[in-house]
Design a binder for this molecule. Sequence first.
Ligand SMILES: O=C(O)CCC(=O)C(=O)O
Length: 281
Amino acid sequence: MHESLPLLYSFIILRNTNRVLNADMTDVPFHPMTRYEQLIFDPKGFLVIPSVLSETEIQTVRNHMDNYKRDPNSLPEPHRAPIAGPAEFLIDHPRIMGILQTLIDPDHERILLESVFTSARSIDDSEPWRPHVGGTNVLPSFSYRHHNGRIYSAMTRVVWELNEVVKGKGGTCLVPGSHKANTASAHAGDWRQEADDPDSGFWGTYDCPPGSPVVFSEAVRHTGAAWTHPDDSRGAILIADNHVTVRHHEPKPCMNSTVIGGLSESRQGFFRDVWVLGNKR
Ligand SMILES: O=C(O)CCC(=O)C(=O)O
């Protein structure tokens, strides 16, 4: 952990436990995914959890994003990434870790963070409508199953929406249930074009206050959408987690060894290579 980080952001996973140290160094458990959240997530493939971050946390992450975008060189080298420095607590936020343990693996050491990018756009920017994925997928990095009483979602996207999202005005659009579709599959190349029309009636989206995570299986058909909300802009950090035995994305240049080396030791574990037996970073 970098010395200048305020204690407030020092959630630290206690090794081999399902607990993190929070601001005042008391340890708190990961917040488990509730049965009701599982009931929503399994058929729809996505879940929105309103207002997880406090005002102070939101402002801290926004400031970090602004500095990182405007003048990355003004930041210490290990902080030059969207989820580094004062924002590294997003990597293993206790509200998300319990969900990832339910969706990916009960052992948090078998979860890796394979990609991160940011989305910043306003009504002046165009965003291509680019639906991707959808359908039952046999590729291990996109697989979604329910087996032996538990969900297994491979690549799982966590979108931290830092600004308000108004429904239909620019959040991620998703086709609910499309991770389970059997009559067509993007993987097989026979997903129907008319279903991708924004007005096909298939598409769903969400609204949420600032500081809300949206969690979805990457196997769900989804796309970014043009931002049409005039009173705000989109500010989101999109993280892709996956099982430690697979990954889809290339390593992101911003998550280089200097940045990873600047993270707390337990968070460095999320950036280990695809796990073969005892692979430890
Ligand atoms: O919400 C967005 O901007 C797009 C997200 C997306 O396409 C993805 O996660 O693959």
